[in-house]
Design a protein around this ligand. Structure first.
Ligand SMILES: O=C(O)CCC(=O)C(=O)O
Ligand SMILES: [Fe+2]
Length: 319
């Protein structure tokens, strides 16, 4: 991994302030060019993040045998062990809309039924993330043109749902290379993804034209938002689903919590005429959300590694 790395300044969306038109144009540019931006004043306190992190670390500190009770061969299937996405990656999934029940189902298997701390905080976190995601989607719709928010939020986005993936990255103890890939290049199968990353760093995005890797550095009290495949297709490619990865540069564990905000499974995704724009042609055919998710699942190679199979491969119209 020796590509040149450059740094850029991404806009920071302040959720405590009304959105100014000049900010909207820089946000719009970032969504087209990079598919990434930061969010601040989102209403999640540092204390809450710290609690989510420390309880999650406690979960991952269990012996592998115990964690595998939640693994791919179990009936719960919330835990992804090492060597599936990468040797250094393991994750736990908490699904909505009932985050409490989802987190509790995993915690009960690991700790017995007395422990409710983990499920309660994850429930609170999930509910906050839903609220934040709705606000962000509305602002992203504003980037697509005047009136887009009022025209399309209710009709297209009000049934969205979200799930979280808590990821624990464990770098190798002996490193030959300077840095290793914790999670290979991919695009997210969401409308948007809202990521909390700890102070370790390592999240990188790939630039559109030159394919250079750029650090998305952790920014205190800020979340990282990236546009996903579903939004790229729904916007007829006006918003970019960014290619990104995670590299581990230091001998320290890294923890992140990614919240994936998605269309409902049976949603038919087709960019509205107004979003496509006069004189522009459609670049994605219509498809149902679930069919795309299945397409990605069935293409193991396209899952995390090389992005041979993206939404463009699935539903893009050859021009
Ligand atoms: O760990 C991170 O910072 C990002 C993880 C990610 O890209 C993903 O889970 O899709
Ligand atoms: Fe991702």
């Amino acid at each position: 991994m020796s590509e040149i790395q450059v740094s850029i300044q991404l806009p920071v969306l302040d959720l405590s302030q009304p959105v100014h038109p000049s900010f909207l144009s820089s946000l719009s540019k970032a969504c087209q060019e990079w598919g990434f931006f930061y969010v601040t004043n989102h209403g999640i306190s540092k204390g809450m993040f710290d609690q989510v992190c420390s309880l999650s670390k406690h979960i991952f500190s269990n012996p592998t045998d115990t964690k595998l009770k939640l693994g791919p061969l179990s009936c719960i299937k919330t835990y992804t062990p090492h060597f599936i996405a990468s040797p250094y990656f393991e994750s736990l999934r908490v699904a909505g809309p009932d985050y409490l029940a989802s987190a509790k189902a995993s915690a009960d298997v690991l700790f017995g039924q007395q422990s409710s701390e983990f499920s309660e905080i994850l429930h609170e976190y999930g509910m906050k993330m839903m609220e934040i995601s709705k606000r962000i989607i509305k602002i992203i719709l504003m980037c697509l043109g005047d009136g887009c928010e009022s025209r399309f939020y209710e009709s297209d986005f009000s049934k969205c749902h979200g799930y979280m993936r808590i990821v624990n990255y464990t770098p190798p103890e002996t490193v030959i290379e300077k840095e290793v890939e914790g999670l290979g290049m991919h695009t997210d199968m969401s409308c948007i993804t809202v990521v909390y990353q700890d102070e370790t760093g390592g999240l990188q995005m790939r630039s559109k034209e030159e394919g250079k890797w750029m650090d998305i550095s952790p920014c205190e009290n800020s979340l990282v938002v990236n546009v996903g495949d579903l939004m790229q297709a729904w916007s007829n490619g006006r918003l970019r689903s960014s290619e990104h990865r995670v590299v581990l540069k230091r001998f320290v564990n890294r923890l992140s919590v990614a919240f994936f905000w998605c269309f409902e499974d049976d949603k038919v995704i087709l960019a509205p005429e107004e979003v496509v724009g006069d004189g522009c042609s459609r670049t994605y055919r219509s498809f149902t959300c679930l069919d795309y998710l299945k397409f990605r699942e069935n293409n193991e190679e396209g899952k995390f590694d090389r992005i041979a199979y993206t939404v463009k491969d699935f539903a893009g119209i050859k021009q």
